[in-house]
Design a protein around this ligand. Structure first.
Ligand code: FAD
Length: 316
């Protein structure tokens, strides 16, 4: 079986999800299968450690992602590779390219995949719906295009194959109908939550903005940082640099204390690899409990003052 992986780039380097997909492709292809990378960055050395058999380059794609050019190169890569499966991340560029290329080629596209299996010439995927409370399973014939969520596969820690063949695709001559204008970099003076060893995260279950102050005090007592799920950031209760998840930061603290966070896939994507996850939630069936090492089915209004008192005694 042959699997082609589209390599998502950030500052010219493969993103974490691209690394996960490259490793997942090896598992899906099997020991006698082939993994090829559709890499449209500037330096093929950046992806040599991903352990693929072949790297397909897009000469002239430019340093900045462009959907028209990358879409045309992805088409050319599929023509060249003739894969059974094409893997893209469920990311901005994956969402741009996957459905368009699938439609152009009349291929099935399965999206939001959290698990992927291949058997009997078909691919089967799981997707989480309703904030992770339900899992839907879908099948498609090969060849297919998949948009895969971060965390569906792990990054490789084995010995990479450094000797991938490198093939340049024919240069794309068509001009882009989308023009890159600018990218906004995060404020360099903003807190870097990815560096904190302890994070206290407030979700919508915190209820109101006033309760955030008490959570901030407790985060301070833990010598940690206060972070939030997306609804908290969208409400303006915490600044954007404190958002954890798909459209926020990816964190890996020693302790992640989640108060009133349901555990939607987009949130888990940002914190699922924390060393110890503690969840406080009034809903015993909240998906966060599937990921938590320690969980309590408790109201934040009861937990927070009691925890603050207990931790204050410890630090005083
Ligand atoms: P809810 O899902 O509303 O959960 C609140 C939880 O609090 C519930 O489980 C409830 O049982 C519990 N609760 C209520 N009251 C109490 C109480 N008194 N005590 C204890 N528990 C209580 N989300 C992110 O977090 N980060 C992202 O980066 C992100 N990016 C996204 C990107 C995309 C493209 C999309 C589509 C979505 C994204 N989301 C992101 C949103 C995500 O899907 C969820 O909507 C969000 O994570 C839910 O936040 P929450 O858990 O705080 O709120």
């Amino acid at each position: 079986m042959k699997v082609l992986v589209y390599i998502d780039l950030l500052d010219g380097k493969p993103t974490a999800i691209a690394r996960e997909l490259a490793n997942g492709a090896k598992q899906l292809a099997g020991s006698d299968g082939t993994v090829e990378l559709a890499y449209f960055g500037q330096d093929a050395n950046a992806v040599k450690d991903l352990g693929a058999n072949k790297i397909l380059l897009g000469p002239g794609a430019g340093p900045i992602y462009n959907p028209t050019i990358h879409g045309a190169y992805l088409d050319a890569a599929i023509d060249q590779s003739k894969p059974d499966l094409v893997l893209l991340g469920y990311t901005t560029s994956g969402l741009d390219l996957g459905p368009v290329v699938a439609m152009r080629r009349n291929l099935p596209v399965l999206s939001y995949c959290t698990a992927v299996r291949v058997a009997d010439g078909r691919v089967e995927v799981d997707s989480q719906i309703y904030g992770g409370k339900l899992i839907s399973t879908a099948q498609a014939a090969l060849p297919s295009i998949l948009l895969v969520n971060a965390g569906a596969f792990r990054e490789a820690d084995g010995t990479p194959n450094q000797s991938a063949d490198i093939v340049e695709l024919p240069p794309i001559t068509s001009s882009a109908n989308v023009e890159f204008v600018s990218a906004t970099q995060p404020d360099p003076n903003a807190v870097d939550i990815t560096k904190a060893a302890r994070l206290l995260c407030v979700g919508r279950g915190i209820g109101d903005e006033d309760s955030i102050e008490e959570a901030r005090e407790v985060a301070g007592l833990l010598s940690g940082e206060l972070v939030g799920s997306r609804p908290i950031i969208d409400a303006g209760w915490l600044p954007k640099e404190r958002q954890v998840g798909k459209s926020g930061r990816k964190v890996k603290p020693k302790l992640y204390l989640a108060l009133g966070v349901s555990g939607a896939p987009e949130h888990i994507e940002g914190m699922g690899s924390a060393d110890v996850i503690v969840a406080i939630n009034t809903d015993a069936k909240a998906p966060i409990f599937d990921h938590a090492h320690i969980g309590a089915n408790v109201d934040i209004a009861d937990f927070l003052p009691a925890f603050k008192e207990a931790i204050s005694k410890k630090v005083s």
